[in-house]
Design a protein around this ligand. Structure first.
Ligand code: NAI
Ligand code: MG
Length: 500
């Protein structure tokens, strides 16, 4: 039996709510698609249908864009403090409905609840309040010359199209919604089709908070030839902030080109975890386990390729295998579960494809390598993959080069720092790296030469909302975080006037 972390009353209420099906949120109202179409949303832990969701297309995007453009005329001209009051009320409601939102995220994504309850909703609410506060503190510049003065004025851009992935739907959506709205834009959010649940509940809370009609809209649907693609093409949508696959980013960039949309992209990655021989073994394992298996490895920052300096390699590998074998796949709502299912059948097949091809290439699979067996019903129908470790002395193989986005890691021994740097920097991704050890100068030397937007020394995924976040090369365009987010969500204007 699952330990009752989420009160039964909350579960029952949210189950009943999900049974009603999910609608779009357009101009302050919850609506079905004009053509009545819906799609099925799976529960990744059981493989059964969780709910059905309205399937939006051109018509829904047009309606949302019209509403958002109208609402922008008022919202964009409100004082930041006035917008802030409403945004803080919304964030407060998120905190008050913390159990609900954690439960829905757990159902949507399958992430173990023990990871969810560790501050996830608080962080979502902070994504809103932090940027509401920052927008109030934003200031402009003046350039005073004899007889002439210039000053800058930051205008909101207009209607913002936000497109988010399925791995942390509520977190990654609020991370965009907060700065977009605080800066005075209005928003159309297109959540990932695999995880539309949590963001729909967030829309209800937005309405309850009194966010004016049309300021925040949610249109559900798929990417190509669906709500996602129409959002990226709509002439009234002035910017696109997208988190998702690199290949999708390229398609969106092309779709936005005719209307020259500004874009901010957080794309795929192949995270590195470099462990020097002088590293503290236990601490290095703690960091490695979190970096590799948090959210069952479905994290763009996942440290899924591990490089271990000789002579530590054998000892590290043995200790790593012991920890990996101790992971417990199972009911995500059970506090003892430490590994959830991957998101869907299609993704399960994709991850298994990587595993099977690695085996076929002769890469040695040390543990895992297949479906997690022996789970009780209904979890035997879920998309659980046994946590998998490959020994990959040759780093040119696919499993070391491509993003797997699942509970799968490779471990590669090394003796030469330059060799590791060359392997990593030759790759097309540049999102995140971990460097572990004790020699301070060497750690920094390595960090500073890595082509990674984010490097964590002796740690992983520590975030502060002021800190710039983003990827180099094919891992992204632009940075989010603090003023970098507000820069993206505003247009910088210069005004000059004679004073003589
Ligand atoms: P995806 O690219 O398949 O989908 C992301 C979103 O884009 C979904 O809402 C989808 O409906 C939409 N979409 C797909 N095609 C579209 C199109 N042609 N036009 C407009 N919208 C479209 O990504 P997925 O599978 O949801 O997420 C996994 C990927 O996201 C991984 O590759 C991962 O690396 C990346 N990711 C990156 C993060 C970062 O911060 N860099 C964070 C989390 C995930
Ligand atoms: Mg995808």
């Amino acid at each position: 039996m699952a330990e009752a972390v989420i009160p039964n009353a909350v579960r029952e209420r949210m189950d009943a709510w999900m049974r009603q099906g999910l609608k779009h949120f357009i101009d302050g109202k919850f609506v079905d698609s004009a053509n009545g179409e819906t799609f099925s949303v799976p529960n990744p832990a059981t493989g059964q249908e969780l709910t059905r969701c309205a399937l939006g297309g051109k018509e829904e995007i047009d309606l949302a864009a019209t509403a958002a453009a109208r609402a922008f005329k008022t919202w964009g001209r409100m004082a930041p403090a006035e917008r802030g009051k409403l945004l803080r009320r919304w964030a407060q409601l998120m905190i008050e409905h913390k159990d609900e939102l954690n439960y829905l995220e757990c159902m949507d994504v399958g992430r173990p609840i023990r990871e969810g309850i560790a501050g996830y909703v608080e962080r979502m609410a902070h994504n809103i309040t932090f940027f509401a506060d920052l927008a109030e503190k934003y200031y402009d510049e003046a350039f005073v010359l004899p007889g002439y003065t210039f000053y800058t004025n930051r205008q909101p851009v207009g209607v913002a199209g936000l497109i988010t992935p399925w791995n942390m739907p509520q977190m990654l959506s609020t991370w965009k919604i907060g700065p977009a709205l605080a800066a005075g834009n209005t928003v159309i959010l297109k959540p990932a089709e695999l995880t539309p649940v949590g963001c729909t509940r967030l829309a209800e809370l937005a309405r309850e908070a009194g966010i004016p009609d049309g300021v925040f809209n949610v249109v559900h649907g798929f990417g190509p030839d669906s709500a996602g693609a129409y959002l990226t093409m709509h002439p009234d949508v002035k910017l696109i902030s997208f988190t998702g696959e690199t290949t999708t980013g390229k398609v969106i960039m092309a779709a936005g080109a005719p209307t020259l949309k500004r874009v901010s992209f957080e794309l795929g990655g192949k995270g590195n975890n470099i462990i020097f021989a002088d590293a503290d073994l236990e601490k290095a394992l703690d960091v490695t386990m979190r970096a590799a298996f948090y959210n069952q490895g479905e994290v763009c920052l996942a440290g899924s390729r591990i490089f271990v300096e000789q002579p530590l390699y054998d000892q590290f590998l043995e200790a790593l295998l012991a920890r990996v074998k101790a992971l417990r796949p199972g009911d995500p709502l059970d506090m003892n579960t430490t590994l959830g299912p991957v998101i869907a059948q299609e993704h399960f097949d994709r991850v298994m494809g990587f595993i099977d091809r690695a085996k076929a290439q002769g890469v040695q699979c040390l543990t895992g390598g297949g479906r997690a067996e022996g789970l009780p019903a209904p979890f035997d129908g879920g998309y659980f993959i046994a946590p998998t470790v490959f020994a990959a002395p040759d780093p040119s193989v696919e499993i070391v080069q491509e993003e797997v986005f699942g509970p799968v890691v490779s471990v590669t021994p090394f003796t030469d720092d330059e060799w590791v740097l060359d392997i990593i920097n030759a790759g097309r991704y540049g999102l995140s790296s971990v460097v572990q050890g004790k020699d301070i100068s060497r750690l920094h030397r390595m960090a500073q030469r890595l082509q990674s937007g984010n490097v964590w020394i002796n740690s992983w995924f520590v975030r502060d909302l002021r800190v710039p976040f983003g990827g180099m090369k094919e891992s992204g365009i632009g940075r989010e975080g603090g003023m970098h987010s507000l820069d993206f969500y505003t247009e910088l204007q210069t005004i000059g006037i004679p004073t003589a």
